[in-house]
Design a protein. Structure first.
Length: 350
């Protein structure tokens, strides 16, 4: 039995930042994630994708953000159960919880914070009969490392931001980039559409619309795609086919925990620091929903911070916590180390 103060389900950015905020309150955290490494989608799906709205970072790669958050919380010695999915939850008579994974690992905590992002997710796959045969043999649903496509022929299919952004990004890496969409209009940002059009004019992107990839060709690996345009078929040589049609999010077993669900998300009360309808269980980050909710990483950070304050009151009933700025108090890690606030800063505040 793994015991902790706050059991965090989901090791994405919001879950990782919770470790730091809880650590400031001397609360221990343990994280469960079905993925084999911390970082959530930032590490698994798009580690090389730039993010622009993290305070203090004009631009940071998603994978680097995850690494920084992991490093920031390391001093508070969080525990991890990785490669396992939170399956069941049981509430004990004393109000604490036992969460058991699909592999039978049990976790005991007085507070559970669900930070599962989109939940369990699968890529939306095009309806091509033999597509599974070519998965990992030329068909990829996510771009983890753009260098894989250096000097290769790449066909991307889709009409949203991901298809546009990766077409633009790979234009300087792949030997040939072809973007195929079933409509002439795109759903992505206007500046991305304009950039793709500009790169088409420069001969750096092939743009084929309105068309669809309807077949795949090759023996041991992908060699070509079949493109259907206005009822006529043609073959197009390629090394990789990357259909970017988005993800199909699912809450998975969490949906059966008795939580109030709305629009495939967990309903929370933001006046109670993002607590669910079950006292002691909170939901933070993209997995939750409340009035005026914004699905942004920075909003998840804010929710994690307030949730930890509520968790402190549950774990330490009747004990008052006095908020102190880290610039004044410094940071005490669970490993005994202490980062002191700069004296000049303390003196100026005093």
């Amino acid at each position: 039995m793994i015991k902790t103060d706050i059991l965090i389900i989901g090791a994405g950015p919001t879950g990782l930042f919770t470790v730091f905020e809880a650590g400031l309150l001397k609360l221990k955290c343990h994280l469960i994630d079905a993925l084999p490494q911390p970082g959530g989608q930032c590490s698994e799906l798009y580690p090389k994708k730039p993010i622009y709205d993290i305070p203090g970072f004009p631009e940071i790669l998603a994978g680097d953000l995850a690494k920084n958050l992991l490093e920031q919380g390391k001093q508070f010695e969080p525990g991890f159960t990785l490669g396992e999915r939170a399956e069941t939850i049981d509430k004990l008579k004393d109000g604490t919880f036992i969460v058991t994974t699909n592999k039978g690992t049990k976790h005991h905590a007085p507070v559970v914070a669900i930070a599962g992002g989109l939940g369990s997710f699968e890529p939306r796959k095009p309806l091509i009969d033999n597509i599974t045969h070519y998965e990992d043999k030329g068909v990829e649903y996510f771009i983890k490392d753009p260098e894989v496509y250096r000097n290769k022929k790449v066909v991307i299919s889709g009409g949203g931001d991901s298809a546009l952004d990766w077409s633009i990004f790979l234009a300087d890496i792949a030997s040939q980039v072809t973007l195929i969409h079933r409509r002439n209009e795109f759903r992505g940002a206007l500046d991305s559409v304009e950039k793709v059009t500009e790169l088409k004019g420069l001969g750096k992107i092939n743009l084929i619309t309105p068309s669809e990839v309807t077949g795949l060709v090759g023996e041991n690996k992908l060699e070509a795609v079949v493109i259907t345009t206005e009822g006529e078929e043609s073959q197009f040589e390629t090394d990789y086919f990357i259909p970017l049609f988005g993800l199909s999010p699912k809450l998975g077993p969490i949906a059966d925990w008795g939580l109030e669900i709305e629009k495939n998300a967990i309903k929370v009360d933001n006046s109670l620091n993002y607590q669910t309808n079950i006292p002691g269980i909170f939901a933070i980050g993209d997995v939750n929903i409340y009035p005026e909710k914004l699905k942004l990483i920075l909003c998840g950070f804010h929710e994690a911070t307030l949730m930890c304050q509520a968790a402190y009151r549950i774990i330490n009933p009747g004990k008052k916590y006095v908020l102190k700025y880290t610039t004044v108090s410094g940071i005490d890690g669970f490993d005994g180390t202490r980062k002191e606030a700069p004296k000049a800063v303390v003196q100026s505040i005093q």
